[in-house]
Design a protein around this ligand. Structure first.
Ligand code: PEP
Length: 249
């Protein structure tokens, strides 16, 4: 059975005190679904968040990492550093990293390799821009993002990969893909994986949807057969909203 996951990407929000408060609130919430719950605070709060959630069903994950194992990369964080504080999972290729920090598919392929060398799990994000969708090119764009960053891998590597389809036009905009648009794309992604790795691998990979998922639309989106959960931005910053989304699975 595929993993069902709801992951909160806190982005560059919340210092230590607010992180502490949000975790206290999260720990008060009860989970009525089988979904795995993940939160991604900023780097400086990872260790605190990891310690604070130790005996709870919440996995603390990172928002990014560098592709090099170590060295002269001022300001960067390595996979080994994340592992050294107990972090097992990292988000890679978020559209904000691609847009503001020039992360290319090629650089992301290197990060994926580094993650695998360090036995990490990765949430690999991708998705088309509004102009791509308007031109009807969304499938071609998504296919090339997946192929460029992942198709050099052996089938076995997909045990460590979670995919997150995040149409850029839906991130932080209040605009959501319809459940039908999400299902259509997720089915296409699975077909793309199957074309190279076979149906068994394609069926085993969890594909999350991200883009303005809120308590009022989560249930419908998650009800689609190829949607295995969500990557949540804005709504993950409030414990009640985040758990309403977790419980929508
Ligand atoms: C995201 O940044 O991954 C995201 C999905 O953000 P939001 O939920 O705010 O659209």
């Amino acid at each position: 059975m595929r993993r069902k996951i709801v992951a909160g990407n806190w982005k560059m929000n919340y210092g230590l005190i607010q992180t502490e408060s949000l975790i206290v609130e999260l720990k008060k919430q009860t989970k009525s679904s089988d979904a795995e719950v993940m939160i991604a605070p900023t780097f400086t709060n990872l260790w605190h968040a990891f310690e604070a959630t130790r005996r709870h069903d919440i996995e603390v994950i990172a928002q990014n990492m560098h592709f090099a194992q170590q060295g002269a990369y001022t300001g960067e964080i390595s996979a080994g550093m994340l592992k050294s504080i107990g972090i097992q999972t990292v988000i890679l290729g978020h559209s904000e990293r691609r847009a503001y920090f020039n992360e290319t598919d090629e650089a992301l392929a290197k990060k994926i390799n580094t993650g695998l060398e360090n036995d990490m799990d990765m949430i690999f994000c991708f998705g088309e821009e509004l102009a791509d969708r308007k031109a009807g090119n969304q499938e071609a764009v998504v296919e090339s993002q997946i192929k460029n960053a992942l198709f050099h891998l052996e089938a076995d590597a997909f045990k460590h990969i979670i995919l997150a389809y995040e149409p850029v036009w839906a991130i932080g905009t209040g605009e959501t893909a319809t459940p039908e648009q999400a299902q259509e794309m997720h089915a296409f992604i699975r077909k793309t994986l199957a074309s190279k790795y076979g149906q068994k691998v394609a069926e085993s990979v969890s594909i999350l949807y991200g883009g303005s998922v809120k308590p009022n639309n989560a249930k419908e989106i998650f009800s689609k057969p190829d949607v295995d959960g969500g990557l949540i931005g804005g709504a993950s910053l409030k414990a009640e909203d985040f758990f309403a989304i977790v419980n929508a699975i």
